[in-house]
Design a binder for this molecule. Structure first.
Ligand code: SF4
Length: 118
């Protein structure tokens, strides 16, 4: 089975619309990219789409802490990760860059703080 997909590259503001043809689960052609970074983005977006998860965690005392995954995680695991993290409560002090949760949904990728809390 052959599938044609158009991926809008988000690597730079130019926003190239890259055409990807997939046959039997494998990429057979990629067209309309303007650079190698876009080529890699389109490949990954079709075969293994990933996103940085940004959210907030509860802090003991009622406030919230902004956090993100250190690297992108598979897009299909974002919802599962949100469910896993919804009841996590962090005890201050925490500073920017501290790991607040390890190995989010078994990805091997950690969650880091993007804020400070005393
Ligand atoms: S393909 Fe290259 S030039 Fe086009 S949007 Fe992506 S990064 Fe920018």
């Amino acid at each position: 089975m052959e599938i044609n997909k158009t991926v809008t590259c988000i690597v730079c503001p130019k926003g190239c619309r890259i055409d990807v043809k997939v046959k039997n689960g494998e990429i057979v052609s990629i067209q309309n990219y303007d650079c190698k970074r876009g080529l890699e983005y389109a490949k990954n977006e079709v075969l293994d789409p990933r996103r940085i998860l940004t959210t907030t965690l509860k802090l003991s005392g009622g406030r919230v802490l902004p956090v993100r995954t250190k690297d992108p995680i598979p897009k299909k695991l974002l919802k599962k990760a949100m469910l896993e993290l919804k009841d996590v409560v962090i005890t201050p002090p925490v500073k920017v860059g501290d790991i607040v949760a390890k190995n989010v949904v078994g990805t091997g990728i950690d969650l880091i703080s993007t804020g400070n809390a005393k």
